[in-house]
Design a protein. Structure first.
Length: 269
């Protein structure tokens, strides 16, 4: 009996030790990035479904398709437009929207229509005021180039494959020409691809994603179909957060995200 008790206690010690070691192991090897846990709530409309920011300015699209602008100077949330399907902010601050009429508008002194009824535009991604991409209702990739005087020339860039999302890099326009026009997409099987000007696709993910946002060619974030938010930086996948509905990254490298409970958070990356 004494022998039995002794070996039981020994076994117990061994188990506790194993758990402690396991815990330490998990703590240091965790795929969670522990430095990125400082999140703070920010003001937002009810039922936000999409968020994007340009510095301190934050834009929201709600489940009711209403577009709002959190304007830091007045510290207020300003209603901008209804019937909005999608919106995007380019690296130069250009804001474009698609509306329920399936046309594309950019924000000048008003919402100025820049498409001419040739495509049923659904999703939009702005590179700059000179280059805008959309996905139409047939999931084709459409491109608009600015042509003076004040018109855009529209063309179907790929009318064969299916596109689910496009994201233009937000950090560019300086040194690295290779960043220019590199376009990231969610394409066939909902995998992430890098799309180059020679129409080559480089597969990035091996599993389906719902949404991505590209900082530059070395840094993107994405939400997989299980609502996990990932950071893909210099070839490393790091899990940032679970239960995320939508996420974005701005030029200040801040990540804003909407969780499954419609709460909005901001974190440094
Ligand atoms: C694309 O637009 C549709 C609305 O037409 C929207 O439901 C969908 O969420 C958009 N996709 C992304 C990735 O924003």
């Amino acid at each position: 009996m004494a022998f039995c008790q002794f070996s039981f206690i020994k076994l117990l010690h061994l188990k506790v030790g194993t758990i402690v070691i396991l815990f330490i192991y998990l703590f240091f090897n965790s795929s969670y990035d522990l430095s990125d846990q400082q999140v703070s709530k920010i003001p937002h409309p009810k039922n936000p479904k999409k968020i994007d920011s340009y510095g301190r300015d934050i834009w929201f699209l709600t489940e009711e398709n209403e577009l709002f602008h959190w304007y830091p100077v007045l510290e207020s949330l300003i209603f901008k437009e209804s019937d909005v399907l999608d919106f995007s902010i380019g690296a130069d601050g250009t804001i474009a929207i698609t509306k329920k009429d399936n046309e594309v508008y950019i924000r000048t002194d008003k919402w100025e229509r820049i498409s001419y009824g040739n495509y049923e535009h659904k999703n939009v991604s702005v590179y700059s005021s000179y280059l805008i991409y959309t996905i139409d209702s047939r999931n084709h990739l459409i491109q608009a180039f600015y042509d003076s005087p004040d018109t855009y020339s529209w063309a179907c860039l790929d009318c064969l494959k299916k596109y689910y999302q496009i994201s233009c890099p937000i950090s560019q326009m300086d040194d690295d020409y290779s960043d220019y026009r590199s376009l990231w997409i969610i394409g066939s099987d909902h995998y992430i691809y890098k799309y180059s000007t020679n129409k080559k696709y480089i597969a990035i993910s091996e599993s389906p994603f719902k949404q991505i946002k590209v900082f530059n060619d070395q840094y993107i974030i994405g939400i997989d179909i299980n609502n996990n938010l990932w950071k893909y930086r210099d070839g490393n996948w790091v899990l940032i957060r679970k239960y995320v509905k939508y996420a974005t990254l701005n030029y200040l490298r801040e990540i804003y995200f909407i969780d499954n409970d419609n709460l909005v958070f901001k974190m440094k990356s």
